[in-house]
Design a protein around this ligand. Sequence first.
Ligand code: SF4
Ligand code: SF4
Ligand code: SF4
Ligand code: FES
Length: 948
Amino acid sequence: MNSLNDIDYGTPKRESSETVTLEIDGVSVTVPKGTSVMRASAEAGINVPKLCATDTLEAFGSCRVCLVEIEGRKGYPASCTTPAEQGMKVKTQTSKLADIRRGMLELYISDHPLDCLTCPTNGNCELQDVAGLVGLREVRYGYKGKNHLEMKKDESNPYFTYDPSKCIVCNRCVRACEETQGTFALTIDGRGFDSRVAAGQNEAFMESECVSCGACVQACPTATLTEKTVIRIGQAEHSAITTCAYCGVGCAFKAEMKGSEVVRMVPWKDGKANHGHSCVKGRFAWGYATHKDRMLKPMIRKKITDPWQEVSWEEAISYAASEFRRIQEQHGRDSVGGITSSRCTNEETYLVQKLVRAAFGNNNVDTCARVCHSPTGYGLKQTLGESAGTQTFDSVMKADVIMVIGANPVAAHPVFASQMKRRLRQGAKLIVVDPRTTEMVKGAHYEADYHLKLKPGTNVAVISALAHVIVTESLVDEAFVAERCDAQSFNDWKAFVSRPENSPEAMADITGIPADILRGAARLYATGGNAAIYYGLGVTEHAQGSTMVMGIANLAMATGNIGREGVGVNPLRGQNNVQGSCDMGSFPHELPGYRHISDSVTRAEFEARWGVTLNPEPGLRIPNMFEAALDGSFKGLYCQGEDIVQSDPNTQHVAEALSSMECLVVQDIFLNETAKYAHVFLPGSSFLEKDGTFTNAERRISRVRKVMPPKAGYSDWEVTQLLSNALGYPMNYAHPSDIMDEIASLTPTFHGVSFEKIERMGSLQWPCNEAAPGGTPIMHVDQFVRGKGKFVITQYVPSTEKVTQRFPLILTTGRILSQYNVGAQTRRTENVQWHSEDRLEIHPHDAEERGIRQDDWVGIESRSGQTVLRATITENVQPGVVYTTFHFPESGANVITTDNSDWATNCPEYKVTAVQVMPVTQPSEWQREYQRFNRRQLELAKLATTHS
Ligand code: SF4
Ligand code: SF4
Ligand code: SF4
Ligand code: FES
């Protein structure tokens, strides 16, 4: 249903260089060829009544309410399905049309509950609007005939209801599920009068394949499909456009509000990353923002075994500052550091790294990208010259071949997956490189042409073998390489990949992929037209993560698949602002804009602006911070919006490191796992409570707007500012836009960015500067950022994490649609109804060998630790491979993962852990200890409230 104040043009916009001019009710209108008469009318400000049409879906022509008269044509064509033609003369308002429309409405209303006054969508119902528009005053058929008024509601979905008694069978929901979402969960069941919308095989929504994206709810013109929050709270009064705080797609939403309460989140039609679509997380899972677990008072304690003490903001900030200064005096300047948050805004992230560099006086700052996409930053910078993806999401609509490597966008980047699936339904070819059979391999109306089901840890062998085929079968785009790439590096790479040991045949044993399949995939990628690569953490979270990123860039350059729409190298960034946190200088070796801290010219600019002398030496990365903490040389950490205890590998090692610190300051909205080791807790603010910007995976900078006051009194950037001032380094920003102005002035790729420009343009893709004032949708168009594209040799080196008799299986990890990352937010929403525990997926063969049955408790042991999960037996994993998610702290997935990491960036090798799996009857020792510790920490936090 239409969101507050949105104009619905009835049918989608058409792009065409040709235009047609027609006359509608005496008004001359010019529109692109292919535009419907309905849309042309709406563009001329003429409102033709409609029920089954909406501008997010292709016209269907079923309701017959939008009929018009066209000069020289017989009958009354439906304006939604009739294309506008040159010279057409259309009448939308005649007495005959009014009679027909009234007649149609009478039929609908005679089978519709007349409870408008008490209906939740009263005032926001298209049926009600159209009845008013056509002047319906009476229903001649009466209301006593055969009708659907007694049909039962389906309340199974936690977020929306389906009330079939109100359905007008306009088919909009069915089309939304097909066209927009691509799930095909809905059908119209029955014929004629008996027809009604049905989920799955006429099941409850929750039993069907519905993924609760809400597209059908948004499309429904009546109260049939309605958000439960709208039913509970009523219609919204005002709204603001903001950006989703979950994944790196960065969907734009209209937050519809009543006072300061969110009524619903409606994906914004003009959002350039999502075009009015969303997933279950962004649209529905925002209840965590007002969850009772929110921590709203600052707290301090001397030791982590002490009860927390609630204190004022002033006291907490001054305690934290004095502790940091004390530690630095006792243990040296480098004994403290900070971790920026990829959940926070660019402005907040920038301030934390500034605080570390300017107020702490060192470069001990890092961010969660360390554990996800740091190899992307390194690999793309080396080869292409810029540490970011090359395309817009929309670019996929021009791709002929889509290669998805180590990513499951259906679960992790769902809105982009819907767009990708739309392109696949249009006929694009698909190559999936993944050890698991994910939803990306096969779904409604698409199937991968090639699934390279590799053994975990052999990515680099696969990419070298793909390159081998391309080079040895003369599939290289020689002209592109000659013009755009560095010749020496290309020749070296060509010689390397051509070696027989890199052939698919030679690699087959290592990768597990039959040579003919790999050859077919390579040929398709190189010769199938525009070929685009999308990749995820299955590429980066390996000992050779950076090598693999460079291998991907090599492949794109060698085939000329870079620098235009439909191609490119596209990292699917995980967290909402992980791109931004990297851009903002969160790494210990880089200032904002990816400029090395050792570069004296760059440093001088920051020194002049910040009024300090910067340390030219890179600081500690997160794993080095842990090592230094255990060595006794690192004692204080300011950690904003990041749960390192749950998200980083080898949990016991992390916990031990944090336990050895003297001042751990955690700023978060919940008492997360890391906060249980903290000495100072500073309440964080959710995305609904602050202003700023997020940058998504396509480098798109979008506004985050405050729709409610910060629950604890301050937005996160204000808290960092207070801390900096208390440390004696003054910060005096009045608004996040001032921070962005500073970022823009100091960062060449952001020179043209300002809040004012983002307001004007909706969003901006960096680089945005003098050379590209409107931003840069596609990168490396005429030349690479580094000049000539550089090929890098990608020698496959097997992981040191080897399967042995003791640890014969490989554990790999991933995500699920309904939960998000460490789950701190989604676990506090109804999304737990889809996924309430992490499970271990195991192949039937491995399960049988170990006597494991479906749902059995199984112990998983690696060289790092042990945990216990329930088993799901599935052929989605191959024999020898087990898989789990890591959304629940008690699962301890990261108790199992090891300290192994990427050679270049220290990104952990989450995707390859050698394990043994056995049936067990009780939790692991770590889990029992976790439960004890967790219970105690919750009690200590509770005592703070009781004592205050
Ligand atoms: S919520 Fe989404 S997936 Fe479910 S039926 Fe509606 S459109 Fe389809
Ligand atoms: S549920 Fe809504 S959108 Fe679907 S057919 Fe019925 S009225 Fe139309
Ligand atoms: S796809 Fe990502 S950004 Fe979009 S609504 Fe879902 S979680 Fe939010
Ligand atoms: S709106 Fe055109 S037929 Fe329904």
